[in-house]
Write a protein that binds this ligand. Structure first.
Ligand SMILES: Cc1ncc(COP(=O)(O)O)c(C=O)c1O
Length: 384
């Protein structure tokens, strides 16, 4: 059996909780499906979020290549850039953030945090398409060893974080004897969805994945996710996903990227008032507006989804200027909080599937395909 090991640095404290959203689910539809939320916002650095999973592999590769600086790109309030700055610090790396936005902009939200983490920040309202490679070249000429991370951390290395997340979720589902119909994920640069699609297509994670776009048209995002998923699978010698594994809707983009609409505002209020959970208006809030829409016919047909990956707490106060009355649950609440399986960072997937009983750690997970170890911590410098 072939064994693959990819460099990784640990940035998470263990599996993130999988929470049953009983009151939220009943508020959406009293007799509808129960929604669970994988709390990827509860990760330890900066304000938490999905990018830390990608950064475990991206920084692992950077350190293996001997980098002393990471460069990445994003919008001025980029979650990804902010988490990159925090994670880089934990491993003694400098961070250079190339942010698209006006040169004079107030330091609030993520930008304030970027400064707090001591990142070197360049702002440009109209950046050139090769901004990253240009800055990397300049740094090399100054004797630095830069490692360039793409927008959103979405390449075949970053997406490995969500292959591992898919395996982690499969372990939790098995441990809790829980079966989900569908996994709903917010999708933008595509790496999160691509990693999960690889885990699903390879047979590790049974429920199919649906990406809710917050920006790109469905056709464009489908292509992006398919390409990324194919490259990621190839990288770790897993079976390539088929096109039908990549399912995307752009029905909930609303007026545009980072632009609030009524449906998103209502969804954010609903989950806050039924579950006490804060979500952001740019990403998770939009996906939630899709879930709330279950009351209406589900746009893709078939059974409605039942699990949602949440990704980040907002760094800025929410602006919910229009007062909204959110529907509340008519039922009494029966609420479970499940931390899932063991809180181990090790995730191994073995050929042939290995379904042992519960109560042990770590869990070998349901698998098909080659043995893959996505979890060897990088042995180099830095914090553990
Ligand atoms: C909170 C949050 N959710 C979801 C996403 C989308 O992830 P991806 O860019 O991998 O599609 C992002 C990306 O920035 C994010 O910050």
């Amino acid at each position: 059996m072939r064994e693959l090991t990819v460099p990784r640095v640990p940035l998470l404290a263990g599996p993130t909780p999988l929470m049953r959203l009983e009151r939220f689910s009943r508020a959406i539809a009293p007799n509808g499906p129960t929604i669970w939320m994988k709390r990827d916002d509860l990760t330890p650095l900066a304000m938490g979020g999905n990018k830390l999973r990608k950064l475990e592999y991206l920084l692992g590769e950077a350190l293996e290549q001997g980098a002393d600086t990471v460069i990445t790109l994003g919008a001025v309030q980029s979650n990804h850039a902010c988490q990159t700055a925090a994670a880089a610090r934990r491993y003694g790396l400098k961070a250079v953030l190339l942010l698209r936005g006006p040169r004079a902009v107030p330091s609030t939200g993520n930008l304030l945090l970027d400064h707090l983490f001591g990142a070197h920040i360049l702002l440009d309202p109209h950046p050139p398409s090769d901004w990253g490679t240009r800055v990397a070249e300049e740094l090399r000429q100054q004797g630095r060893r830069p490692y360039l991370i793409p927008y959103g951390g979405s390449n075949a290395t970053g997406a490995l974080g969500y292959v591992a997340a898919g395996i982690e979720l499969a372990c939790q589902l098995e441990e809790m004897a829980l079966s989900l119909d569908e996994i709903v994920v917010t999708s933008s640069s595509g790496g999160t969805q691509a990693g999960l699609v690889v885990a699903h297509a390879a047979g590790h994670l049974r429920p199919p994945i649906l990406g809710i776009s917050v920006d790109p048209p469905a056709s464009e995002l489908t292509e992006t996710v398919y390409r990324l998923a194919t490259e990621t699978a190839r990288r770790i010698d897993m079976p390539s996903p088929a096109r039908h594994h990549v399912r995307v809707t752009d029905a909930y983009v609303g007026p545009g990227y980072a632009q609030m609409n009524e449906a998103t505002r209502e969804a954010i209020l609903l989950i806050a008032r039924t579950e006490g959970i804060i979500t952001d208006p740019v990403y998770t809030g939009k996906a939630l507006s899709g879930l709330v829409d279950f009351g209406a016919p589900w746009p893709l047909g078939g059974r409605p989804p039942r699990a949602l990956l949440a990704h980040r707490r907002p760094a800025r106060p929410l602006r919910l200027s229009t007062p909204v009355t959110a529907p509340v649950s008519r039922n009494g609440s029966r609420r479970h909080t499940c931390g899932g399986a063991s809180h181990e960072t090790n995730l191994r997937a073995r050929a042939g599937g290995d379904r042992r009983g519960s109560g042990r750690r770590p869990q070998p997970c349901p698998a098909a395909g080659p043995r893959v170890d996505l979890c060897s911590p990088h042995s180099g410098r830095g914090a553990g």
